[in-house]
Design a protein. Sequence first.
Length: 128
Amino acid sequence: MASLGRILSKTFFWSYERGTWQYDVAVILILIFALLTPRYWFRDQPQRGEPAAPGQVQLLSHEGNRQTYRVDARILAPPPKLALQNDLHTALQEELPELHNGNFSISKIDPLHDDQGMVIAYQVEIRH
């Protein structure tokens, strides 16, 4: 009978032939690990656009309880249409200290395009 060290070595270096029971057990263990490992063990978070830099959210106008901001499109992930308003709300809330409480609503969103037609920013009007 093979020693434990030899079994572990052959398993680690994937030395078993396809079709052997050892190969099948190794594949099953890998599948169990891949499918049943909780996501939070790896603290993996999806990336959302580029890191925000100063000036990526700018106040354009302020009239009474209405404010209009320019939000650079690079700080947002490419959104589906329904998620755009939510992403813009979150970006404004995170970037501007006066909006941290989240007590505002977005009343108008206008995309700003470059010469090639790519969206480079959004002009966002909010109400408090």
